[in-house]
Design a protein around this ligand. Structure first.
Ligand code: HEM
Length: 407
């Protein structure tokens, strides 16, 4: 039984894996305290997480199932308010979730995604052409971010001049170091931007997913106005940050494990193995809010009371020693069992995973083919974490693009 004080989560995300070990020392499910002093539960055991992710007694809808929120005890001063107020798949339960998921998932089927291969390859090539050789450059800013950002903005028909601003809402939302005022202002701002964007697309629809979503909205109101705006926000955000983190984390892992990079670059181990191992050991989405218990639920010996907020610790789940043994923390592309839940599990499983896989495979193989002697420009311990406990990436990835660039 849990008897200690809940573990206060570090909002700066300074060392997500060290914090995960602390949480795990309390069990597969542990009581935590979120910024703003809000009590919650963290699910960090692999088995426990599989149960929770597939259990309908865990809702995603705060308006119906978070007792403190329904009672008005969670106000705009809650620093994670952005995660509560958005109206999209991340806050839907039951039939509402099924309806919205069907509409959104259509856009990301493996077949539709495969058709994007050539355009993603072109984007990667252009970005690589622009990287300055012989200098230290931030690979996150100049490659790992712009690649998925461009792909998702192209898909949704976002004009070049509004891209940075339209992506900002999701980036700020993922930053858990911001003040409650900034969090609340961000919600107002991105909602306004998305509404303006929808209005402009209504006037001049294009061959893009925003126009498809608008058509779905207008065809029998299968999508409300607020869901349309919330869904756009979600897809622009999820389309960029987690993919950027996967590319950044995989590149950092390979550059700090040259013997493993050699196995991959020599073709002895496929790129898929390096990507899967990165997903396991350095999950791009670290500690995700929210689920809410619709009744008291027992998980791994802990009873989570009805109406409690629950976070899923994907970064910890991938390193569960009960699944991966003593070497769970070690990056090893040759590991047989790379089991992880980093794209989720069950009915909420990531709808963007085929796209994320394709982008990451293209990004990494093109990068290392062009710069086989790519080198980290700082010591590994100098790589700064991302400044969030929800996501898991690096603030920058300084590399030296040495050697012969291969065009
Ligand atoms: C490496 C990249 C990515 C990772 C690690 C990732 C991770 C995840 C995870 C863990 C979930 C489950 C959340 C939960 O159970 O509450 C999820 C859901 C989701 N992801 Fe991703 N994601 C990635 C890329 C993408 C992309 C590219 C898109 C689309 C543009 C996307 C769209 C979504 C959506 C819409 C959901 C909600 C699904 C639902 O609630 O039914 N993701 N993602």
């Amino acid at each position: 039984m849990e008897s200690r004080e809940p573990l206060a989560i570090d909002r700066t995300g300074k060392d997500i894996h060290a914090e995960a070990r602390q949480i795990r020392s309390r069990g597969q499910v542990a009581q935590i305290e979120l910024p703003g002093g809000v009590p919650a539960y963290s699910v960090i055991g692999h088995e426990a997480a599989r149960q929770v992710l597939a259990d309908h007694r865990f809702s995603k809808d705060p308006r119906k199932h978070w007792t403190a929120y329904v009672r008005g005890e969670i106000g705009e001063d809650f620093p994670l308010i952005g995660w509560v107020l958005m109206d999209n798949l991340t806050t839907k339960h039951g039939a509402d979730h099924t309806r919205l998921r069907k509409l959104t998932a259509k856009a990301f089927t493996p077949r539709r995604v495969e058709a994007m291969r050539t355009s993603i390859e072109k984007i990667a090539t252009t970005l690589l052409d622009q990287l300055p050789t012989g200098e230290v450059t931030d690979l996150r800013a100049h490659y790992a971010h712009p690649l998925p950002a461009q792909v998702i903005c192209d898909l949704f028909g976002v004009p070049a001049e509004s891209r940075a601003q339209m992506l900002r809402g999701g980036e700020v939302n993922a930053d858990t170091t911001i003040s409650p005022e900034e969090a609340a202002a961000n919600v107002v701002q991105w909602e306004e931007e998305m509404r303006e964007f929808v209005a402009s697309k209504r006037n001049s629809p294009g061959d893009d997913l925003t126009s498809d979503l608008i058509a779905a909205h207008e065809d029998g109101s299968r999508l409300t106005d607020s869901e349309l705006v919330g869904t756009l926000h979600l897809l622009l955000a999820t389309g960029t940050t987690p993919v950027m983190n996967l590319v950044t984390n995989a590149t950092a892992a390979l550059l700090t494990h040259p013997e493993q990079a050699h196995l991959v670059l020599s073709g002895q181990v496929p790129w898929q193995a390096a990507i899967e191992e990165t997903l396991r050991v350095d999950a791009p989405v670290a500690h995700l809010p929210f689920r809410f218990t619709v009744e008291d639920v027992e998980v791994a010996g802990t009873t989570i009371p009805q109406g409690s907020p629950v976070l899923i610790h994907f970064a910890g789940i991938g390193r569960d020693p009960e699944v991966h043994g003593e070497t769970a923390d070690r990056f090893d592309v040759t590991r047989q069992d790379k089991t992880n839940l980093s794209f989720g599990h069950g009915i909420y499983r990531c709808i963007g995973s085929p796209l994320a896989w394709l982008e990451t495979e293209i990004a990494l193989s093109a990068l290392f083919e062009r710069f086989p002697n790519l080198d980290l420009a700082v010591r590994p311990e100098e790589l700064e974490p991302q400044g969030t406990f929800i996501m898991n990436g690096r603030e920058t990835l300084p590399v030296r693009l040495t050697g012969q660039a291969q065009a």
